[in-house]
Design a binder for this molecule. Structure first.
Ligand SMILES: NC(=O)c1ccc[n+]([C@@H]2O[C@H](COP(=O)([O-])OP(=O)(O)OC[C@H]3O[C@@H](n4cnc5c(N)ncnc54)[C@H](OP(=O)(O)O)[C@@H]3O)[C@@H](O)[C@H]2O)c1
Ligand SMILES: [Zn+2]
Length: 369
């Protein structure tokens, strides 16, 4: 039997009010700085869509680091509304928008490119020098409504819950782009460092969905057990002195064809490179643990290794993601919190409890929980 919209976390469409509820911070600091406020509801400008938000994902950099005041490159000015990757129902259309209709369920990819520079024209929007992120450079989706460019929304299949759609919206596209840029082919070995993270778990499951063989890492024994149960062939602690040997052994001496590292932890970087097969590729889309590492260029060129940076997804990756969702791919959703408990959700993630994406829900009653 098909689930109802309410069971899947998609709220009924309401008339757009003048003001709305939002989770705001007025100063940088610990999770408790997140507090509810009533602010003006946005209106969609030409080319934009107004989304009545149903669920929003929480990310290490875009939410935790930003709220603490430590975002490495964006200048955020409190009061600020966080919330990047989200899902909801189209509530209104700005002038000139005919790609979606009011009432449709959509997921929002949060990186907004200029659309007209040479990179954007080429379809490499992630390289756009003017890239902005919803919830970082513009008001986000910890709010009842969020106005976003129409080209950033993607229709969501009917059977997908709102929290899953929000959890797929960004990391699914990043994973798709990482694996495309790294040239993944079925049967290849893929190492994912920090495979319990929202992005790492998605990349691991996506690579497996595309036919790769996965080696996953986590510092936590409980998470390693869960990652093994979820289909990784080998699950290790990357700080284990025997880590490189174990990877070499599992791959018959070949090493991994692709190593994904979104952690940037100098303590495990050398081991990552030591596991790489001849001609292998390291791909990175994050470095919240520092990111300053050493590279032996002699080994890099003689083994034909590549290290590639993938800032985020792009239109092709978003389309590939949602095609694979139609073919059964799903992100790993750890759990949800009602928006009223956003601070608890941030604490939960700061304590490294999650395996997969943590999302906030914004259904009826979620502001009063
Ligand atoms: N470029 C993009 O568009 C994009 C999008 C999303 C995320 N990212 C990047 O991906 C990375 C992960 O973000 P996320 O939101 O997916 O993370 P997350 O869900 O918060 O997970 C982070 C994980 O890192 C692992 N970790 C290893 N060493 C750690 C340490 N010393 N301290 C804390 N955690 C440690 C932990 O896993 P264990 O406990 O299992 O070891 C932790 O669960 C970040 O660098 C982020 O910027 C990039
Ligand atoms: Zn551009």
């Amino acid at each position: 039997m098909n689930s109802t919209a309410a069971e899947l976390g998609w709220p009924d469409l309401l008339p757009v009010p003048e003001t709305m509820r939002a989770m705001v911070f007025h100063r940088f600091g610990p999770p408790k700085v997140l507090e509810q406020a009533t602010i003006d509801a946005p209106r969609p400008r030409p080319g934009e869509v107004l989304v009545q938000v149903a669920a929003v994902g929480i990310g290490r950099l875009l939410d935790l680091t930003a709220r603490a005041g430590n975002h490495p490159y964006a200048k955020i000015q409190p009061p600020h509304v966080l919330g990047a990757d989200h899902a909801g129902v189209v509530a209104a259309l700005g002038a000139g928008v005919d790609s979606v209709r009011v009432g449709e369920r959509v997921a929002v990819f949060p990186a907004v490119a200029c659309g007209s520079c040479a990179f954007c024209v080429e379809g490499r929007e992630e390289v756009c020098p003017d890239l902005e992120v919803i919830g970082t450079h513009r008001p986000g989706a910890y709010a009842q409504y969020c106005a976003v460019p129409a080209r950033n929304v993607h229709r969501v299949p009917q059977d997908i819950p709102a929290s899953m759609a929000a959890s797929l919206a960004l990391v699914g596209a990043v994973a798709a782009n990482q694996l495309t840029q790294a040239g993944l082919r079925p049967g290849q070995w893929v190492l994912v460092q920090g495979a319990a993270s929202a992005l790492g778990s998605t990349t691991a499951v996506y690579a497996r969905h595309l036919g790769a063989r996965i080696i996953a890492t986590s510092r936590s024994a409980a998470k390693r057990e869960a990652l093994a149960a979820a289909g990784s062939e080998l699950v290790l602690d990357a700080t284990d002195p025997d880590f490189v040997n174990r990877v070499r052994e599992a791959t018959g001496g070949h090493g991994v064809d692709i190593a994904v590292d979104n952690l940037g932890d100098p303590a495990i970087w050398d081991a990552t490179l030591d596991t790489l097969a001849h001609g292998g590729t390291v791909v990175t889309s994050g470095a919240f643990l520092g990111g300053k590492v050493q590279v032996d260029l002699r080994r890099l060129y003689s083994a034909c290794h590549r290290i590639i940076g993938v800032r985020t997804g792009n239109t092709a990756a978003v389309n590939a993601l949602w095609t694979e969702v139609e073919h059964g791919f799903r992100a790993v959703v750890d759990r949800t919190f009602p928006i009223a408990r956003a601070a608890d959700a941030h604490r939960y993630m700061e304590d490294d409890n999650n395996l997969g994406r943590v999302a906030l829900t914004l259904g009826p009653g979620d502001w009063d929980a």
